[in-house]
Design a protein around this ligand. Structure first.
Ligand code: APR
Ligand code: PHB
Length: 389
């Protein structure tokens, strides 16, 4: 089998890249090691920057998003009982759209299938060959049969645990990592959201986040220990912990209900440099990870895909290879700004084990400055709605 661009990974990065390239007349094959149902079963955040919304519309998958997505013109940062509304409209010409990542992936699969996209599921043991040559190729297993895929370029969209990053020689790769000493215990409940915007809450009892999927599906998180387990938390215990961490007015208004999903996510910052090797290019979680506090994971994958799709479209249009040559540098410039914002939000809002009383006073002073200073609020707003591509 042969294609122009081989894409490893059928998550948001791989699917969006495939769809954008196909609409530009470039052939792709997506190799996904799981099944489509498994990919769609993942519960993931969905706070979309306007840049990502523009990409999805350009990919021809904006219809359901435009119908069901919820536009947010601000978000709330709280500390104990005090709260600050960060007004996106006042500080930027932009906003965010709440639309679950699972729905984004569902829309992309539907679009790929409508264009008879070549999506290979249960592609096991994907192996990259000759990525640093002019004729790269892949092998993979389906059942007992080995397949070969020859291509011009390879996009590694296979997430943090994929094969692509590992294919870049260790002598070439530089990895930067920070593992946070806590996790997020999250639940989904079929209850109306406690507020019409997200609430990022800091308190002496720990961090909490009040989010949503739609008018009757809420997503809540509380900071928990790295070694905690969802089975340690009854629904009642979760709700009580959440109420202690959010402003009292919201705690009183909170409508609780049975959890329909309960899980713990670790928090990590990670970047691999460079994001390319020969004709292999990394996109999304394959190259970088952010703690979810800034809602930058999906959105930074989208900006990688923007840069790489534009570079490849330019190449095949005969407009030169400047975009390809500059891809890693261009993508990393924005990646690091997303990493900084995500690290800053996480450092500001969480209780760190072993932190000193001085550290706590620094957090409180940072929140007080944010509360008092419109410029500080503008900086948060500009980062949250998304820095320019
Ligand atoms: N071969 C083929 N497919 C693979 C391999 C492999 N060796 N390893 C992983 N995959 C697949 C996974 O099954 C998954 O479907 O690659 C896909 C990677 O998808 P994501 O992990 O979602 O990463 P990405 O597409 O970059 O999306 C980034 O999604 O996971 C969230 O927090 C993340 O919001 C961010 C966004
Ligand atoms: C979510 O709704 O799951 C969500 C929203 C915002 C975040 C993280 C997660 O920063």
């Amino acid at each position: 089998m042969r294609t122009q661009v081989a894409i490893i990974g059928g998550g948001p990065s791989g699917l969006l890249l495939s769809q954008l390239l196909h609409r530009a007349g470039i052939d792709t094959v997506v190799l996904e090691r799981k099944t489509k149902d498994y990919v769609l079963s993942r519960i993931r955040a969905g706070v979309l920057e306007t840049g990502m919304v523009a990409q999805l519309r350009a990919a021809g998958v904006g219809a359901r998003l435009d119908r069901d997505g919820i536009v947010h013109d601000g978000t709330v940062i709280s500390y104990e009982d005090s709260e600050i509304r960060i007004d996106f409209t006042r500080h930027t010409d932009s906003h965010v759209t709440v639309y679950g990542q699972t729905e984004v992936t569902r829309d992309l699969y539907a679009a790929r299938e409508a264009m008879d996209g070549r999506l290979v599921f249960n592609a096991d043991g994907v192996t990259i060959h000759d990525a640093d040559s002019d004729a790269p190729w892949l092998t993979y297993m389906q059942g007992d049969t080995e397949h070969r895929l020859d291509c011009d370029y390879i996009a590694g969209c296979d997430g943090f645990h994929g094969v692509s990053r590992q294919t870049i020689p260790q002598t070439v790769r530089n990895e930067y990592e920070k593992v946070y000493p806590f996790g997020w215990l999250g639940i989904l409940s079929e209850t109306p959201p406690v507020h019409d915007e997200l609430i990022y809450a800091s308190s002496d009892a720990g961090f909490a986040l009040c989010s949503m999927r739609n008018a009757n599906l809420s997503r809540y998180y509380i900071q928990c220990g790295m070694d905690d387990h969802p089975d340690n938390w009854s629904d009642d215990a979760f709700w009580e912990a959440l109420k202690r961490r959010i402003p009292d007015a919201h705690a009183q208004a909170l409508i609780t209900g049975p959890s329909i999903e309960k899980s713990i996510a670790p928090l990590r910052s990670f970047v691999c440099e460079p994001m390319c090797w020969g004709r292999l290019f990394l996109c999304g979680d394959a190259a970088h990870i952010v703690p979810p506090t800034g809602a930058k994971g999906l959105n930074t994958a989208a900006s990688d895909v923007h840069y790489l799709s534009q570079a490849l479209i330019g190449h095949y249009a005969g407009n030169g290879d400047e975009g390809i040559a500059q891809y890693s540098q261009t993508a990393l410039a924005r990646v690091w700004k997303a990493e900084r914002f995500s690290w800053w939000m996480t450092s500001l809002l969480h209780q760190f084990p072993g932190q000193t009383t001085f550290d706590m006073r620094m957090q409180q002073a940072e929140v007080a400055f944010l509360s008092d200073n419109a410029h500080a609020q503008a900086v948060l707003a500009q980062n949250y709605v998304g820095l320019p591509y």
